[in-house]
Design a binder for this molecule. Structure first.
Ligand code: ATP
Ligand code: MG
Length: 429
């Protein structure tokens, strides 16, 4: 991939920070993800710097700094409004609870700082002249397509269990094989995941599912049985060990669609999926998008169309209930795997063929799109509203959506009048 102009600019500024630290007599290097991504020719998100200078010294040397993570030795240096994290070389000691070091100790030697990092490809540094320092063989591993822990894999995972999920994310994202010792240790250490906050588990899952190869991530998660060991039990624990008959989820355009597919395959009631997503601290917006897809799928499964005209009405009624955008997304899932429709499967080819058109043709799919409001109706009827008003509007919407009424104010008011009379006669109010 081409290096973008922005990226070149960011790197120049990071190098200026390194030069300033060196002039003041300290060591300083680019470290971690930026060195890895540059080596791979991938876009770099941020340039992190490691230095022998103590945090107070870093604060003295630069005009604008923010004490982002002083207790871990991290100071954010702002250059031309761009933030760079500058972290003092450190050693981590006395890992408590399999998730965080009890203390950090500042040190003088770069190699010791690199040694505490998780994977060889993340334990490389670049000096101010662009030379790579790679004491653990990260470049060779990357050339061979291998993800390997720095040092003893079992130790690394017991120090911080989140590394197991990071490892799977990196292996999937970068198309790497997990080296044998690292994999054995990962599978054996899986129970330690119980020490990791579900919020951090979610952050990793979200990145895996939003990443370049979600199916590979899922295969590794399934094979490792990792998700059977989360802090609270999750439906994800049911992820099968082998996903040979699963389609390539990378073909779906959003993480939400991919996650909905996974839950669909796990075959749990929609409300249990919603509870799972909540435990994982997904945002309300994400939960809504995912559960709307699952609910629309179940609803369509419950009312599988019985004849050709029903194929269309069922589809359009689903659009009223769950929104057009949900049905557009659902079509992606059906295209990927028609079996996702379950009982409604026989209608899938027709929905794929005509579903988009039917959605476009709907004169209104929500009350907001209806050419009449509850207020309009009450004024015309010269009466006060009640629970019936909403029902009447819903009925008008349905008839309009299905093309049985024009989406025209006067026509809708006439229809409202007729329905109101009918309601009154049959005492349905
Ligand atoms: P990306 O930002 O794409 O996830 P990254 O490598 O930059 O990749 P960060 O989480 O930003 O990942 O961390 C920066 C660096 O800090 C990593 O490259 C790694 O060297 C180190 N690191 C981060 N988290 C851990 C961890 N849990 N255990 C050990 N080292 C870690
Ligand atoms: Mg990073």
């Amino acid at each position: 991939m081409m290096e973008s102009a922005d990226q070149g600019l960011l790197k120049d500024k990071a190098m200026q920070i390194i030069a300033r630290l060196e002039e003041a007599g300290h060591q300083a290097y680019l470290v971690g993800g930026c060195v890895r991504d540059e080596w791979l020719g991938r876009p770099v998100k941020d340039y992190d710097i490691a230095t022998s200078a103590l945090p107070e010294r870093v604060e003295e040397l630069f005009e604008r700094t923010i004490p982002t993570g002083l207790q871990h030795g991290t100071v954010t240096v702002v250059v031309d409004r761009l933030p760079f994290e500058v972290t003092t070389f450190r050693k981590e000691a006395g890992y408590a609870d399999y998730r965080r070091p009890a203390s950090v100790e500042y040190i003088e030697v770069l190699e010791e700082d690199l040694r505490r990092r998780d994977f060889t490809m993340n334990a490389m540094a670049m000096d101010g002249r662009g030379r790579i320092l790679d004491p653990f063989g990260g470049q060779v591993d990357l050339d061979h397509g291998v993800l390997r822990c720095v040092g003893s894999a079992a130790e690394r995972f017991s120090e911080d269990a989140l590394r197991m999920l990071r490892g799977i994310r990196f292996a999937a994202e970068y198309g790497l094989e997990v080296e044998a010792e690292s994999w054995t240790a990962l599978a054996a250490s899986a129970p330690l995941l119980a020490h990791i906050a579900l919020e951090r588990v979610r952050a990793e899952l979200e990145r895996m599912m939003g990443g370049s190869d979600p199916s590979r991530a899922l295969r590794l998660l399934g094979r490792s049985r990792l998700l059977g060991h989360t802090k609270a039990g999750l439906l994800w624990a049911r992820l099968p060990e082998h996903l040979d008959d699963w389609p390539d989820l990378g073909k779906l355009t959003s993480a939400e669609q991919r996650i909905a597919y996974v839950y669909g395959r796990l075959d749990a009631p929609v409300k249990d999926c919603a509870a799972d997503l909540k435990l994982l601290t997904f945002s309300g917006k994400q939960i809504d998008a995912i559960t709307a897809l699952l609910a629309a799928r179940s609803w369509l499964q419950e009312f599988p169309p019985c004849d050709s005209s029903a194929v269309r009405t069922v589809w359009q009624r689903a659009a009223i209930r769950y929104g057009k955008s949900t049905l557009h997304a659902l079509l992606n899932l059906y295209r990927l795997d028609p079996a996702f429709a379950g009982e409604a499967r026989s209608a899938v080819p027709i929905w794929i063929e005509s579903g988009e058109t039917w959605l476009e043709q709907m004169p209104a799919a929500s009350l907001q799109e209806l050419a009449v409001t509850g207020q309009d109706i009450l004024e015309r009827l010269q009466t006060r509203g009640g629970p019936w008003t909403g029902k009447l509007l819903q009925r008008l919407l349905e008839r309009t959506a299905l093309g049985l009424l024009p989406n025209d104010k006067e026509a809708l008011l006439q229809a409202a009048l007729a329905e109101y009379d009918e309601y009154r006669e049959t005492d349905k109010l």
